[in-house]
Write a protein that binds this ligand. Structure first.
Ligand code: ATP
Ligand code: MN
Length: 461
């Protein structure tokens, strides 16, 4: 593999001829030399290539090398005369690989993220999106490292599901039926027996239920893959296609679950700070002031724990500042979550023991009969990034709960069998990967931390 610009920048000056391959970010002319900043995505800052105009005056080469062009520059690494960098490339051979006409949208000036979203196929060539891509990569790596080093098995749960589980209403349907000519049953309903799977199928909103089945054999497992929600909410925190990390642990209660969630998040944050120092400096300077110090603080202090009931007591006193006033039993909105983390705890907060009515059917019922062992991890600026719980492992309690909610046991037959054959207390959580990236980088809109965001009325590229 050819040497990357990141490595070239770490070299000490020598007479050896090295090669830089990349795209021209900027071109600057002085009387005798031309400076090209060449970037190949391995670092934020490219290498400065210094071209002696007298040597390269025989054709239009330099005129044709413009911002955005791809080039190969060869030469020696020398001490840089300018103050902005330690070393630079003194060019002895230069090739223009692909020229770049003047209508290239990323000319040197600051572009808005809104503009760049329209140019998502080119935006990775900007400082911001290059840095986001590298941090996203490091975070994926850190997630696998954390679980692999702790003995978790990576399980691939299906993306197409025919069990109409959670999130009914916000699922995307998968069908091969002819929509112009939908087959109907005698009583006028859609005849799904004619559909590809012989029944109605959807894209998954979570791999949890299938993940649980593997935890009941392998003890500790995790999934890390795309999930889909037909969210009609046009927020800066919701996508229609996003990535979720879902560990599931057998013989683990809610306390163990929270401990893993905290250790896991801190490990990811620390890995990014260790590996992406230059990118994080960029976010700190241009995206979210103080984000590095904030992460360092989070890594070194324990998360604050709070029951839902206590959280409501705190929030009720502030009701005049909220769009949605709080009362016991209501779901917490992001304005409440942000208040708890930003104003009260000034750190991530884990809220536990929510009213059973506002949480999913599978969460373990507490002794009070009113609350469940759910836990959400909330962070400043965003609110919820993790939702998790201890699962209801008692068959009779689970069946009663499903009956209460009008869920049909036969639709969940395989899930219920886990409670019949060697049931065991178990717990897990789901981390929204893009929300975690938003938190680490300070990027305000979730559409800018995934290469090609999907949301209402938008699936370009
Ligand atoms: P919210 O109330 O913020 O919509 P949720 O309660 O629907 O979240 P869960 O079903 O618990 O979320 O999903 C687990 C995690 O997945 C959430 O904590 C969040 O980080 C992430 N998440 C949920 N929905 C989305 C979405 N539409 N886009 C991106 N991430 C999401
Ligand atoms: Mn949601």
């Amino acid at each position: 593999m050819s040497e990357r610009i990141k490595q070239l920048l770490q070299r000490t000056p020598s007479e050896e001829i090295v090669k830089a391959e990349g795209w021209v970010r900027t071109k600057r002319d002085s009387k005798n030399v031309c400076f090209l900043e060449i970037n190949d995505g391995s670092t934020l800052k490219g290498i400065q290539a210094v071209v002696d105009k007298a040597k390269f005056n025989n054709d239009d080469l330099l005129n044709n090398i413009t911002t955005g062009a791809s080039v190969v520059a060869e030469g020696m690494i020398v001490h840089s005369q300018g103050g902005a960098q330690d070393v630079e490339l003194l060019v002895s051979a230069l090739t223009l690989v692909g020229d770049c006409p003047q209508d290239y949208p990323l000319q040197k000036k600051r572009h808005t993220v809104e503009f760049l979203r329209e140019k998502a196929h080119l935006r990775a060539r900007t400082n911001l999106f290059g840095a986001v891509a590298r941090v996203r990569n490091t975070m994926s790596y850190a997630i696998h490292t954390f679980f692999q080093e702790n003995g978790f098995v990576y399980v691939h749960t299906p993306l197409i599901t025919a069990s109409d589980c959670e999130g009914a209403g916000e699922q995307f349907q998968v069908t091969t039926l002819d929509l112009e000519n939908v087959p109907k049953t005698a009583d006028g309903k859609v005849d799904y027996s004619k559909d590809f799977f012989g029944k109605m199928a959807n894209l998954t909103v979570s791999g949890q239920l299938e993940g649980e089945t593997y935890a009941m054999a392998l003890k500790n497992i995790y999934t890390f893959g795309p999930t889909f929600r037909a969210e009609n909410s046009n927020t800066t925190r919701h996508l229609a296609e996003f990535w979720m990390v879902e560990p599931e642990m057998a013989f683990c209660d809610i306390d163990g679950n929270m401990a893993v969630a905290e250790e896991f998040l801190k490990f990811i944050f620390k890995t990014v700070l260790d590996k992406n120092g230059e990118d994080m400096q960029f976010f700190d300077s241009f995206v979210q002031k103080g984000v590095i110090e904030n992460l360092e603080h989070v890594i070194s202090s324990p998360f604050v724990h709070m029951s839902y009931t206590d959280a409501v007591k705190i929030l009720e006193k502030e009701n005049d500042r909220f769009d949605f006033p709080v009362h016991w039993g209501c779901d917490l909105q992001s304005e409440h979550e942000k208040f708890l983390t930003e104003e009260i705890a000034k750190s991530p907060v884990i809220v536990t023991d929510y009213p059973k009515e506002i949480k999913a059917f599978y969460m373990k019922l507490n002794e009070d009969g009113k609350t469940v062992r759910g836990m959400d991890v909330l962070v400043p600026r965003l609110g919820e990034i993790i939702g998790g719980s201890e699962r209801e492992y008692r068959l009779d309690v689970l069946l009663a709960k499903m009956k209460e909610l009008g869920l049909r046991p036969e639709d969940y037959w395989w899930y219920l069998e886990l409670r019949k054959y060697g049931s065991v207390p178990h717990s897990g959580f789901g981390l929204g990967f893009e929300r975690a990236i938003q938190y680490v980088t300070g990027v305000g809109n979730i559409r800018d931390v995934i290469p090609y965001p999907r949301y209402v009325k938008s699936a370009e590229f």
